[in-house]
Design a protein around this ligand. Sequence first.
Ligand code: FE
Length: 185
Amino acid sequence: MTASELIDCIVRLFSERGNKEYHGEAVNQLEHALQAATLAERDGQAPSLIVAALLHDIGHMLHDWGEHCAIQGIDDYHEQLAARFLETGFGPEVIEPIRLHVAAKRYLTATRAGYYESLSEASRLSLRLQGGPMTPNEVQIFEAQPYYMSAVTLREYDDQAKVIDMRTPSLTHFRRYLEAASSGR
Ligand code: FE
């Protein structure tokens, strides 16, 4: 698949499955993705991080295991699914923060006071399935990953992107970043 075919595929996925519930939250997958990307754009982040924010949960739309995996006690490993799906069109600056965004939650729970308390109920539930807070050894390994800081920033947008009726640009607006982040591939 070429990068531009992949982008078409991403746009189609959002239009066909974007109304899928965002595991137990008040927003759907498309709203969650647009909110995260909007927050990254407002902060003046690089196209790669705006795209990572937009696509971080695309893995949830790539499987048919139902919309309440965490509630059913199943971790869907959506970050791994996304990383494999995006491989042909994007580089590590997009893929690595996505692949690490679940680990980033475990990291922040272990290292940032008050972070766990700030999480939504659904996010606390999935944290348990994802392995809970990192151990000191896991924290060290995480901090050795080249894109761990981007993953932490992405995580912060992810956690905030659950607002009912937040105004955001449409997916069409973000297509330019998809194209910029995949250029030359
Ligand atoms: Fe998310």
